[in-house]
Design a protein around this ligand. Structure first.
Ligand SMILES: *[C@@H]1O[C@H](CO)[C@@H](O)[C@H](O)[C@H]1NC(C)=O
Ligand SMILES: *[C@@H]1O[C@H](CO)[C@@H](O)[C@H](O)[C@H]1NC(C)=O
Length: 319
């Protein structure tokens, strides 16, 4: 396994660099939140989880109907994303970096931490995978075998899911209710771009549009806004349904222009680049990430692939 991992670690960037064979998007799945991009997440994740049981079990609030009142983050808002390491902030504590918004894992982050972030005047976006099944999640049993598609390349224990299935949608509705119960201001549903990947289920861009609209409408019932993760091809169809973009590597793949549609609509692009030399990116890497064509107004962060706490901003600030 380790040998295979090491092999892939070198093969994938090489193949991408050469532009041959592999779809470049293969390696840009956001599930880069593990401490290694190749290691099976089941192992890595469980080692990151001290004890998955939160000390307070929040109860899900009833859905609310508050059209027009959803939180709209501003273009250029400062943010941090931490998915591969659990953020813990106690009541009354401060947090570094002192940014406007934290994007954190829905399951791993406690309601106490989210409340402490709110006390500090911050907004919280809660991440979960919407378009893939992850075997190690506490609600994995809710998924039906018949709804699982191909395995997600490079990620053991993860499969694309039939996004139109009522079972899948019920599981996502529960996750959204969990996010509301924990106090999240918005959701960051990942893996909505199955159409870009060998998903084994025939999922198309039309399916992605329908799924994103479903997720956003469901989150809105709980007064939470929704982001579009990557999925640049469907931006024109969903930009009015979501409040922000979370993008990975648009500078590296030279597609920030596509995502600038969000900024033009008055909505932020939370933009992540993964410099090869993290946590010591070169000046050239910083420049390439921060001054990419089309990325004007983006909220850019340089992160390690593990999406741990290390972050570097375009102004040189690091934490
Ligand atoms: C960056 O991530 C790699 C694995 O993805 C890990 O081995 C390394 O310790 C991380 N570096 C820092 C500074 O967090
Ligand atoms: C919904 O969220 C908005 C923005 O955060 C907030 O101003 C409003 O009070 C919330 N509405 C309800 C009913 O909680």
């Amino acid at each position: 396994m380790v040998l295979v991992g090491i092999f892939l670690l070198f093969l994938i960037p090489l193949a991408v660099g050469l532009g041959v064979g592999l779809d470049p998007r293969r390696e840009r799945y956001t599930r880069t939140r593990t401490s290694s991009t190749i290691a099976p997440k089941s192992t890595t994740r469980s080692s990151l989880k001290p004890s998955a049981t939160p000390s307070v079990k929040p109860s899900a609030p009833a859905p609310v109907t508050t059209p027009g009142s959803l939180w709209q983050p501003q273009v250029g808002a400062s943010w941090q994303i931490m998915l591969g390491q659990t953020l813990i902030v106690g009541k009354g504590q401060t947090v570094t970096p002192n940014v406007d918004i934290y994007d954190v894992d829905l399951f791993d982050t406690s309601a106490e931490t989210i409340a402490a972030l709110h006390d500090l005047g911050k907004h919280v976006i809660c991440y979960f995978s919407a378009g893939s099944y992850e075997a190690w999640r506490p609600d994995a049993a809710k998924f039906a075998k018949t709804d699982l598609g191909s395995g997600v390349d490079g990620w053991a224990g993860e499969n694309w899911v039939k996004t139109g299935s009522s079972t899948v949608r019920a599981a996502m509705t529960s996750r959204i209710a969990l996010a509301a119960s924990k106090g999240c201001d918005a959701i960051d549903p990942d893996n909505v771009d199955a159409y870009n990947n060998g998903n084994g289920l025939g999922l198309t861009t039309a399916d992605a549009v329908d799924f994103v609209k479903f997720l956003a409408a469901t989150a809105a019932k709980y007064n939470m806004s929704t982001g579009l993760k990557n999925a640049g091809d469907i931006i024109p169809s969903v930009v009015s349904s979501v409040a922000f973009s979370v993008n990975e590597q648009c500078a590296e793949y030279r597609e920030c222009d596509k995502y600038s549609a969000f900024v033009n609509a008055g909505k932020p692009v939370f933009h992540i680049e993964y410099p090869g030399d993290a946590p010591n990116p070169t000046a050239a890497e910083l420049t390439a990430s921060c001054t990419a064509s089309g990325a004007k107004g983006f909220s850019t962060v340089l992160k390690n692939m593990s999406l741990d706490k290390w972050v570097k901003y375009c102004n040189g600030q690091t934490a």
